[in-house]
Write a new protein. Structure first.
Lengths: 179, 326
């Protein structure tokens, strides 16, 4: 009996055009700020990384023309964006929706890996530690981003939720079960 | 109703299992005392205590797996784990080593003792020895027995039996398998890691994905085929003109359809493997099996599962229970 991987939405190609021209440094800075806020609120995330707390992770959404390089730290986590996959201790690649789904508990990492929807290269231990740490942290990126928007939060939260429903992408933490 | 014993590799997975309907959850400390000693997994002492408190508030039991074999001269690590599990309020400890079982029986007589599958107790004489000598209340049976053999065992023992029904399928004499040690120097028995990820490398080589363990290429998968499982026992090897899975096919166990037969065989508890899997996996599998045991308890057929996509290697088997595989 062979199973089937879940259908993972692919980021629409026409929408990636602006990203090819967008300045990477400001976007990296914004992501850095979000990551630092997340880690401050979830210190267990760094603790769970253990020996890999200083590793460099390349997070590569294969349907976007850029790769994130994340260097975790209890207070000075840094994220930079790159046009090509940069050197890293571990590279985790897959469709953006798959990567977000892992963060939000919509997908199982092993299932995506064995179905080849997810690619892991480099230090397998580091990648595994990151996956387990993120899974335990029960992150909600949608809520975090809305939280950073101050008075606009009341507007942004329902917009993020609606975008998730329309696109089928887990933009917020999944409570009910897998997609 | 049969007891559903569910995996928790992290506190989040424990909460997911409890909320999905687990009767019991098993977990381990974040060290070599448990057989799933993987990066980023498991519980520190405080997390175990908090996890037990959470589970108990929901009427769920917590079993702490201390199921590796203590190293000579360093037994204190394992002894401390047993003591800490009792202090944290664990409902039972799952042990494999004969000496550790004896230690727990002598020093922690009030702490319920289960025998891990790692002890490989597969016949009535062995099980009765553990039960009579050390007061072991439950034995997790190896995944090599047929339902008929389980029935025969249950007729002759004075202990509960627990069997695996879903997840990774190990058909070796568990606790005695040296394949991982041979390739990496580390094993589930002594270090808590079968195929430690520090020794696993996946490499895209043109159209194929190669899986290597300790420098040995153990399988290559063509584009579109499921990624190879990184254990030697599920590897694909060439010998002479023959290429194939020498030890076992890379299938996972799904014995959900056999739950009625296992109940009839006298099995007390059904175990789901997967402490290394995500909270999403735990939630979905536990929910599905809770519905299955409730159906069997009510005399209804087992609902058709939707779990195939979650199996390792994406292929499932009923394993040795029905002996329909090679």
């Amino acid at each position: 009996m062979f199973g089937h991987a879940p259908e993972i939405p692919v980021f629409p190609s026409p929408l990636t055009a602006p990203l090819r021209l967008a300045p990477l440094a400001p976007m990296g800075l914004a992501l850095t700020l979000i990551a630092r806020r997340l880690i401050a609120r979830h210190p267990g995330l760094i603790a769970r990384l253990g020996d890999y707390g200083d590793a460099r992770f390349a997070i590569d959404p294969t349907d976007l023309p850029l790769t994130l390089l994340m260097h975790p730290h209890p207070t000075h986590t840094r994220i930079t964006l790159h046009r090509r996959p940069p050197e890293a201790d571990a590279r985790i690649a897959g469709p953006l929706a798959g990567l977000l789904g892992l963060v939000h508990g919509a997908y199982d990492g092993d299932a995506l890996f064995f179905s080849r929807d997810l690619v892991i290269e480099g230090d397998t231990s580091a990648a595994l530690a990151l996956r387990n740490a993120i899974d335990d942290a029960e992150l909600d990126l949608g809520a975090e981003i809305a939280g950073l928007s101050g008075p606009l939060r009341a507007v942004l939260s329902p917009l993020i939720a609606a975008a998730g429903r329309v696109t089928g992408v887990a933009l917020t933490r999944v409570e009910g079960g897998m997609a | 109703m049969m007891e559903l014993v569910c995996p928790a590799g992290t506190p989040a997975a424990l909460r997911a299992a409890v909320e999905a309907g687990a009767h019991a959850v098993y977990c381990g400390f974040n060290d070599e005392t448990n057989a799933r000693n993987f990066p980023g997994l498991n519980f520190n002492r405080q997390e175990v205590a908090e996890g037990i408190a959470f589970a108990h508030r929901h009427g769920t039991k917590v079993l702490v797996a201390i199921n590796t074999f203590p190293r000579a001269g360093q037994q204190d690590i394992w002894h401390r784990a047993v003591a800490d599990a009792e202090t944290a309020g664990a409902d039972a400890v799952i042990l494999a080593d004969l000496g550790l079982v004896a230690h727990a029986a002598e020093r922690h007589p009030g702490l319920r003792r289960h025998l891990s599958v790692q002890a490989a107790a597969a016949n009535p004489d062995a099980i009765n020895f553990y039960a009579e000598t050390f007061g072991v209340k439950r034995v997790v049976l190896p995944r090599v027995l047929t339902v008929a053999e389980i029935t025969a065992i249950n007729r002759e023992i004075d202990a509960e039996t627990e069997v695996f029904v879903f997840g990774g399928l190990c058909v070796m004499a568990e606790g005695r398998c040296s394949l991982s040690s041979y390739a990496t120097g580390l094993s589930p028995n002594m270090n808590g890691v079968c195929s430690p990820p520090s020794h696993v490398v996946y490499a895209e080589e043109g159209e194929t994905l190669a899986a290597r363990l300790g420098g040995f290429t153990i399988q290559k998968a063509a584009r579109g085929a499921p990624a190879p499982y990184p254990t030697l026992c599920k590897g694909c090897f060439t010998s002479g003109d023959t290429t194939g899975h020498v030890f076992e096919d890379p299938s996972s166990l799904d014995a959900s359809e056999l739950i009625p037969a296992l109940a009839k065989a006298g099995v007390t508890a059904l175990k789901i493997e997967g402490r290394q899997r995500s909270r999403a996996y735990v939630k979905e599998v536990v929910r599905s099996f809770r519905a299955a045991v409730e159906a069997v308890d009510a005399g209804r057929p087992v609902p058709a599962g939707q779990l195939a996509r979650l199996t390792e290697g994406q292929a499932a088997t009923t394993g040795a229970y029905a002996k329909t595989w090679r």
